[in-house]
Design a protein around this ligand. Structure first.
Ligand code: FES
Ligand SMILES: [Fe+2]
Length: 439
């Protein structure tokens, strides 16, 4: 195994991109990422709602680095390297609140305010008079905020946050991520590289292989793929105006019942609907659509009504926008399917310094109804994903992470030969990683 990055860059072969397997499996490449990617890239540390009050903190861990995100006042969120400037002690862990509005080291009781400024160096008179407060202030990590996400960057000379985001705020403005709150928060350990977990959700090429059950209601052949700066997205350009299975199944309209397909779809994304919607659909199955309406029109009405019933403000959105599906990827490691009102996001982080271990944060977010008090989310942790049933589709995706990892380690594996169209966003991901590694 070579430690030279050049030997592991994405290579061209007959006009196709080939991604060497060692980019996923080798310690050398992982170490390079820990050295040149993670300390320099803007990355999502948490949501603003996780540090709602002045004094609240959250420990964000990436690899062997720990960063303390702190709400210093109602408007300001700061981040610090989670290490005491004296002897290095970690200052806080998990989540909580600095009740005295001060950060105090447990070891020799030095103290800082919530802006990281030095409050007390105990027995300061022992130190030379040249010791200034700035010498021992907390090491600051840069913070950027968009859409309720708190991003951090460990590099003091990093690119401006706005240029990192590029077109993202504009492209996703109508999704109003800032109005979303956690519905659930789970963190799962997987025996795979963090990029394997990102790849699992960064293309719509695999459902025909891994999730054939989805094809009755999911037309993967309609997807378009696009890159936006470092980031990418894929999905439907427009919401469907007809109901039907993927053309891959080769079925004709007399082979299926539209209402049954809709029932499959609602069951698969049941979190978006209520029981009364399900009943309406059953009625549709029994009686067919009312005169003058198609099944999909009725379905779309149900979907929009369900959103209004939940108190979602749909002002300014077209029906097409409301009903369309897409998946966004914010470089390097946050991605997932989004619709207006809901997002299922996966954040994949290296777990310690093991290239084969990943912490996958699995977040369900939804618009909070106007004026609603949303209770803090309960974070759940799963050391072994098989201890829970995650639903058919997730189970298939999660189980596959292990299979990909095992296969990639084969001596006979010659690298990922990626589909230039449907896996374009994965190729793009690797190329952007290479930009960081080259710097
Ligand atoms: S290590 Fe923190 S005060 Fe000494
Ligand atoms: Fe999948």
């Amino acid at each position: 195994m070579t430690s030279s990055k050049d030997d592991l860059s994405v290579r061209e072969q007959s006009g196709m991109a080939v991604v060497p397997g060692a980019r996923y499996t080798s310690q050398a490449f992982f170490d390079l990422e820990m050295d040149r990617l993670w300390p320099r890239v803007w990355q999502v540390a948490c949501r603003e709602e996780e540090v709602p009050q002045a004094g609240d903190f959250l420990e964000y861990i990436i690899g062997d680095q720990s960063i303390l995100v702190v709400r210093s006042d109602a408007e300001t969120i700061r981040a610090f390297f989670n290490a005491c400037p004296h002897r290095g002690t970690r200052l806080a862990s998990g989540t909580g609140s600095f009740m005295t509005s001060e950060i105090r080291c447990r070891y020799h009781a030095w103290r800082w305010n919530l802006d990281g400024e030095t409050v007390e160096v105990v027995d300061r008179h022992d130190f030379p008079t040249g010791l200034c407060d700035d010498d021992v202030r907390l090491g600051e990590v840069k913070v950027g905020r968009w859409g309720g996400f708190v991003f951090v960057n460990m590099d003091p000379g990093c690119e401006p946050f706005e240029s990192f985001l590029g077109a993202i705020p504009e492209v996703f403005a109508s999704y109003r991520f800032e109005d979303m709150r956690f519905r659930s928060y789970r963190t799962i350990v997987f025996e795979c590289n963090w990029k394997t977990a990102v790849d699992a959700f960064n293309e719509g090429y695999h459902p025909q292989g891994l999730h054939p059950q989805m094809l009755t209601w999911y037309d993967d052949t309609r997807f378009v793929y696009a890159q936006a700066g470092r980031h990418s997205l894929y999905g439907e350009e427009h919401a469907r105006q007809e109901m039907g299975p993927s053309p891959r199944l080769g079925l004709s309209p007399e082979d299926y019942d539209e209402a049954e397909l809709l029932a499959d779809r609602i069951d698969a994304v049941s979190g978006l609907f209520s029981r009364s919607d399900r009943r309406l659909l059953e009625e549709l199955q029994r009686n067919g659509p009312p005169a003058g309406k198609t099944t999909i029109e009725v379905f779309n009405e149900i979907r929009i009504r369900a959103m209004r019933d939940r108190g979602y403000d749909l002002t300014g959105l077209t029906d097409d926008q409301i009903l369309r599906n897409g998946t966004m990827h914010i470089f390097p490691n946050l991605l997932g399917p989004i619709v207006h009102g809901n997002a299922t996001l996966y954040r994949a982080r290296p777990n310690g310094l093991d290239p084969d271990s990943t912490l996958l944060d699995y977040w369900a977010l939804e618009w909070a109804p106007e004026g609603a008090e949303v209770p803090p989310v309960e974070r759940k942790f799963y050391e072994d994903w098989t201890t829970k049933d995650w639903g058919l589709i997730n189970n298939q995706d999660f189980g596959n992470l292990v299979e990909v990892t095992r296969g990639m380690k084969s001596r006979g594996y010659r690298g990922a030969l990626l589909n230039p169209v449907q896996e374009a966003n994965i190729i793009h991901h690797h190329r952007v990683i290479d930009q960081y590694l080259a710097g």
